[in-house]
Design a protein around this ligand. Structure first.
Ligand SMILES: CC(C)(COP(=O)(O)OP(=O)(O)OC[C@H]1O[C@@H](n2cnc3c(N)ncnc32)[C@H](O)[C@@H]1OP(=O)(O)O)[C@@H](O)C(=O)NCCC(=O)NCCS
Length: 142
């Protein structure tokens, strides 16, 4: 099967089978590894905008991102993942372009995400900056 991103369809929700595929995608990445299906189903019920690229040839989920926003000031973007065999085909660029031009997300004051240092050049392509003097990313865990 050729990997042509032009045939992919943007969907805003997942079928139960595609939720299983999302759980599988999550097992491949360091920050999502170990996520359980029940929690991913909870995520899908509560998440903000979902961006899912589906290959209509087999209804497979091949790229995913999600966001949370208040609609005015802040949007946080999470879990940006392209399925491994589809990487370096321009799909990551398409996924990010789709997120960044989303009518809801593009109108809020700040779009924010966090990432490892080696991903900074990737996100700089869309105008993200890590030049935020004095700000610290903080977390409290259960
Ligand atoms: C990061 C990721 C989404 C990129 O998707 P992709 O389909 O490979 O990206 P593309 O083929 O569209 O490449 C787009 C551009 O980003 C660049 N790029 C891709 N991965 C990169 C990386 N890890 N670091 C820096 N630049 C990167 C490409 O070189 C390309 O640049 P160009 O357009 O100037 O040639 C994908 O590699 C992925 O899912 N990685 C694992 C999950 C992950 O780390 N997500 C990000 C968490 S913060």
């Amino acid at each position: 099967m050729t990997l042509d991103k032009n045939r992919l369809e943007l969907r805003r929700d997942l079928t139960p089978v595609q939720v299983d595929q999302l759980v599988d995608l999550f097992q491949q990445e360091w920050w999502t590894k170990g996520r359980q299906k029940a929690d991913v189903e909870k995520l899908m019920r509560n998440a903000g905008p979902i961006f899912a690229f589906i290959d209509p040839l087999n209804e497979e989920l091949v790229a995913f991102a999600r966001a949370m926003t208040d609609g005015a000031y802040k949007a946080m973007i999470f879990d940006i993942i392209v399925k491994d065999i589809w990487r370096n085909t321009g799909l990551g660029r398409l996924l990010m372009a789709t997120v960044m031009t989303d009518p809801l997300l593009s109108q809020v004051k700040h779009r924010e995400l966090y990432c490892l240092e080696d991903m900074v050049p990737f996100y700089e392509k869309w105008g993200f900056t890590a030049d935020l003097p004095g700000l610290f990313f903080m977390r409290q865990s259960t």
